[in-house]
Design a protein around this ligand. Structure first.
Ligand code: G6P
Length: 606
């Protein structure tokens, strides 16, 4: 994740760009840079490391120009050196970028074959040359940028300025947030409203797939189909400039939609995307010599741990013991020599998780925690901390923290597998490539949100709902049931699909919706058999699957289509529809989605 800003100002903008970047440093500080248009020519200053290095550079070599963009970097592709720092540019165009351009290798190869010379190791540079290539053919910057945008795959936000155009900036949002700020005769662009707070509180948030053409007089916004569209301008109040809901009705909806970006940010922390390798921090323990992994957590975080059990046992061939923290803390479970104990917690303060951590520490386990709050007690008491970079999660029902926990755990499973010699380099490349594609697929799933409305309308009338899944989809079924009961107050149970006939099948009749989480993996056919058992008893089946509905072999009440992906990353993607189903059902019922009754975000009592 990186921070991007842009200003179409009345006077020189370099200092204001730096001011705005200072408020975005939380998004990364490997390097920073600004570029401007002055007398029709593009120029830039960049510096490795924190923003103060860029400030020093600008003092020594000032940059004039009323039109500019700026960037603070969290390196994903290419080492954090000045050569790889943004803005990237040719003589015709300059670009700042946040996110990942997945097809940059293909684009780069094509553009190099056409004679474009690349100077960096970044994915972003492909965008710069792609737009330049379009400009070589027609000197229309808006058309060139639009054509280029249509060729980009991935989840990203972009700010673009052009040589010879002092009153033009293009912005695009696909998976990473972007806010436009309205001034008086000036316009701004920022990764969030906080960046723009010194200049304006009149904000328009771009929506997924939007792109915009900015002039000093205002912004023309287009949706992903190229249709001109109006997005509301809102007044950001001072307190909301810290954490606000943007255009969303609830924090939960905003946090669901932040997932492409925060997953990308989290993955970037544990992967070398350019090399398609895991780049895991030293946990202070030899991963090749761990005898067993013990995972403990509560609530949603526990289900993330349960997915990890499937991943670690399968890919690293290492046994994993997992239990909810409230049970494990009193189970007096014997713990092995050379054991690694992993604790998963959004808040890092959950009392039962902390108590279990202390038990494991007292029993000579090496303790690593996956937390969203780095200053938390669980983080402080761990031997190693693996942060999720989800940003503040306000909605009580955990969403983006869950998928970020899964992201870290997926990388950990690969790291252990590689250390133990269970994952060959080609397999690591395939698994890491699949992970890199998660933000794009999540963004695509989120674009299809309308299909959940009829499902939610039906579920809102139900008294009981069953969720089924097999293998790594079983924890997702459990998480689906938890999400639904937390925020809609409908009774829901998650079951391993094979357990259906050992009890819950007695509940099934026409009034019971059964939500089936079933990627078309090697277990799909087994789950299909369970579908028949439900269908034979009149159950209303809602199938979430990449398999076409015909493959269910029975009548479905609804089919939620999913992208076809490597089965490894399925839990990260299938988590999203079950969040949307719960959210939309709760909205239908009219509950207090962000603060459901009787629950708390951070549970510091046992
Ligand atoms: C509460 C929250 C859940 C969360 C659980 C564990 O029950 O409502 O969303 O999963 O606590 O919290 P933690 O902060 O440890 O992840």
């Amino acid at each position: 994740m990186c921070g991007i800003v842009g200003i179409l100002g009345k006077s020189s903008v370099a200092n204001n760009l730096v001011d705005a970047l200072r408020r975005l440093e939380y998004r990364g500080y490997d390097s920073a840079g600004v570029a401007t248009v002055e007398d029709g020519t593009l120029d830039r200053r960049r510096a490795e490391g924190k923003l103060r290095n860029l400030e020093k550079r600008l003092l020594a070599e000032p940059l004039a120009g009323r039109t500019g963009i700026g960037h603070t970097r969290w390196a994903t592709h290419g080492r954090p050196i000045e050569r790889n720092a943004h803005p990237h540019m040719t003589a015709k165009v300059s670009v700042v970028h946040n996110g990942i351009i997945e097809n940059f290798r293909d684009l780069r190869a094509k553009l190099e074959a056409k004679g474009h010379r690349f100077e960096t190791d970044t994915d972003t540079e492909a965008v710069v040359h792609l737009i330049t290539d379009e400009l070589d053919q027609s000197n229309d910057p808006v058309a060139a940028a639009h054509k280029a945008l249509n060729q980009l795959q991935g989840a990203f936000a972009l700010g673009i300025i052009f040589a010879g155009h002092d009153d033009l900036m293009i912005a695009a949002r696909k998976g990473s947030p972007l806010a436009i700020g309205h001034g008086s005769g000036e316009m701004y662009l920022g990764s969030d409203a906080i960046a723009l707070a010194p200049f304006t509180d009149a904000i328009t948030y771009l929506e997924e797939g939007d792109w915009a053409v900015l002039h000093r007089s205002g912004a023309d916004i287009y949706d992903r189909d190229g249709a001109r569209i109006e997005r509301p301008m809102i007044k950001a109040v001072a307190s909301s400039l810290l954490v606000d809901k943007g255009n969303y009705r609830h924090f939960m909806a905003k946090e669901i939609h932040e997932q492409p970006e925060v997953i990308s940010h989290t993955l970037a922390n544990y992967l070398d995307m350019a090399a398609a390798r895991v780049n895991f921090p030293d946990l202070g323990v030899d991963l090749a010599n761990i005898s067993r992994v013990t995972i403990s957590a509560c609530g949603t975080a526990y289900y993330a741990g349960l997915v990890a059990k499937y991943w670690i046992e399968r890919f690293a061939r290492l046994p994993v013991d997992i239990d909810v923290a409230s049970e494990m803390r009193y189970r007096e479970t014997p713990l092995p020599e050379n054991g690694l104990a992993i604790f998963v917690s959004q808040s890092g303060e959950t009392a039962d998780t902390l108590a279990t951590l202390r038990y494991c520490k007292a029993n000579r386990q090496h303790v690593a925690s996956i937390v969203n709050v780095r200053t938390s007690t669980i983080a402080r008491e761990s031997h190693a901390v693996l942060p999720t970079l989800a940003g503040p999660e306000i909605g009580v029902a955990s969403t983006k923290a869950f998928t970020c926990q899964l992201s870290v755990l997926a990388c950990l499973a690969i790291a252990i597998g590689r250390a133990r010699g269970e994952i060959a380099p080609e397999q690591e490349t395939a698994l890491v490539t699949a992970l890199t594609e998660v933000p794009r697929h999540v963004a695509a799933i989120l674009r299809n949100e309308d299909i959940y409305l009829p499902v939610a309308q039906d579920l809102a009338k139900a008294r009981d709902v069953l969720y089924l899944g097999r293998g790594s989809s079983f924890p997702i079924a459990l998480e689906g049931a938890l999400k639904l009961k937390e925020i809609s107050y409908i009774h829901a149970e998650g079951y391993a699909a094979g357990e259906l006939k050992h009890g819950p099948i007695a509940l099934i009749d026409e009034s019971v919706p059964v939500i089936v989480v079933a990627p078309e993996d090697e277990l799909f056919e087994k789950t299909v058999s369970n579908l028949q058992e439900v269908a034979a008893r009149g159950g209303q089946i809602i199938l979430i699957s990449d398999a076409p509905p015909e493959k269910a072999g029975c009548k479905l009440a609804a089919h939620i289509p999913m992208p076809v992906v490597d089965a490894f990353i399925a839990p990260l993607l299938y988590a999203v529809p079950i969040q949307l189903i719960a959210y939309q059902t709760a909205v239908q019922i009219g509950t207090d989605v962000d603060q459901p009754r009787n629950l708390a975000k951070s549970v510091t009592v046992e």
